[in-house]
Design a protein around this ligand. Structure first.
Ligand code: NAD
Ligand code: IPM
Ligand code: MN
Length: 384
């Protein structure tokens, strides 16, 4: 049939709280806007599933998830409260493992984290140009610093040596960087269509309508830094219409704060991308509004995984104050991604995105998870 099936994975901590709002909004879209979409809410991966079954998810989890068209994850991580001795505690190494298993197992090698400033959110930077923020960080999602290889020698002794191996392959680097250039081109085309053109200049070169900035730490980590630099140069040769730039990751962190409006597409390793996207999230108004997409751009039949950039926020879990918007923006990305296969979803994606934007820009006195969710739901239903 033409109906799509997606799975909602609420997870831990504030995950189930924000996911409940995603479900509400999704129901409104399905029933009020005739979206050909069915969803299921899965009780795993989750710390609570671990408490009952001794594992974060069933053994055939990957196989089962492959049967859906897309996945929306709340968050994972021990939900606390930290001082409760009866609490079921799991170290991050166990509770977060499914996230890495999903990214790797579903071969979702690109992580896209768009950051735009939304009027109505907190503007953390004083410079008014910070409102022009519009960047897309593309993070390597399959290897690098997250290769998960290494070990602890003489663990627990004062002679301990911990090794954490980083692995960077030409193949993964090239597909990532090529994808970044493709996205830069697509973004420039979108901007041209709505008259929002931007200009990037290269030293001594002509003006370009888009830019890709490569992030490395090649001054200290020369091996993979050189690989990334060489592949970037080779791929860039195929995209003469796109300006290129490079920043060392420490300088990039500084420039994200100093002049974030200068960035367009940013391409970074797994760990560098992780760190820079929490920073980019704050520039866009906070973790409460920052979405994320884990994709396999070379095989769109793999279910993509969408999730807020934030974690399970144990410090506010259970209080009903978590902002569900990062999850709702992620849901909008999910619908847009389904739109590549079935254009009906594009309208719903745009509608949800615009509703979130308009709601942020409007009056919002009392916040709170339920209140925000209900207002978005009302705005979606009301405009129909
Ligand atoms: P976090 O993102 O959970 O929280 C960081 C800060 O941002 C906290 O003060 C939190 O209250 C706030 N925050 C986060 N989301 C919010 C929201 N929607 N609304 C309002 N405030 C929000 O990061 P952390 O505290 O470093 O990690 C907590 C747990 O989450 C850890 O176990 C960590 O490993 C895990 N984690 C999971 C994911 C994921 O599942 N994708 C991502 C990051 C961290
Ligand atoms: C993220 C998170 C994860 C990551 C953690 C929880 C493993 O911080 O999605 O940004 O580092 O990828
Ligand atoms: Mn992170």
């Amino acid at each position: 049939s033409d109906r799509h099936r997606i799975a909602l994975l609420p997870g831990d901590g504030i995950g189930p709280e924000v996911m409940a709002m995603a479900e509400t909004v999704l129901n409104t879209l399905i029933h009020g806007h005739d979206l050909p979409l069915d969803y299921e809410v899965l009780p795993w991966p989750a710390t609570d599933w671990h408490r009952r079954h001794g594992a974060m998810m069933p053994e055939d989890a990957l196989e089962r998830l492959r049967g859906y068209d897309a996945l929306l994850l709340g968050a994972l991580g021990d939900p606390g409260p930290l001082d409760d001795p009866r609490r079921y505690h799991l170290p991050d190494g166990i509770s977060l493992a499914p996230l890495l298993t999903l990214r790797k197992g579903l071969n979702l090698w690109a992580c896209e984290r768009p950051a735009r400033f939304y009027p109505g959110t907190v503007q953390y930077l004083a410079d008014p140009r910070a409102r022009d923020l519009d960047m897309l960080v593309i993070r390597e999602n399959s290897e690098g610093e997250y290769a998960g290889q290494g070990g602890r020698l003489r663990a627990g002794t004062r002679d301990e040596i911990a090794n954490q191996l980083e692995v960077f392959t030409h193949a993964a680097t090239e597909r990532l960087i090529r994808h970044a250039f493709e996205q830069a081109r697509a973004r420039a085309a979108d901007r041209a269509r709505d008259g929002r053109d931007r200009v990037f200049n290269e030293p001594g070169g002509e003006d370009k309508a888009a830019q890709v900035c490569l992030i490395t730490k090649r001054n200290a980590q020369a091996f993979w830094g050189e690989l990334y630099t060489e592949v970037f140069r080779d791929v860039a040769a195929d995209y003469p219409d796109i300006a290129t730039h490079h920043e060392l990751v420490d300088a990039a962190a500084m420039k994200f704060v100093q002049a974030p409006w200068r960035f367009d597409v940013v391409v970074a390793s797994n760990l560098h991308g992780d760190i820079l996207t929490d920073l980019a999230a704050v520039l866009s108004g906070g973790l409460g509004v920052a979405p994320s997409a884990n994709l396999n751009p070379s095989d769109p039949t793999q279910p993509a995984l969408f999730e807020p950039t934030h974690g399970s926020a144990p410090d506010i879990a259970g209080q009903g104050v978590a902002d569900p918007r990062a999850t709702l923006f992620s849901l909008a990305l999910l619908l847009q991604w389904l739109g590549e296969k079935n254009t009906i979803f594009n309208g719903a994606a745009r509608h949800l995105h615009e509703t979130l934007k308009a709601d942020l820009a409007g009056e919002h006195p009392a916040s709170g998870t339920e209140a925000i969710g209900a207002r978005i739901q009302g705005a979606l239903g009301g405009s129909r």
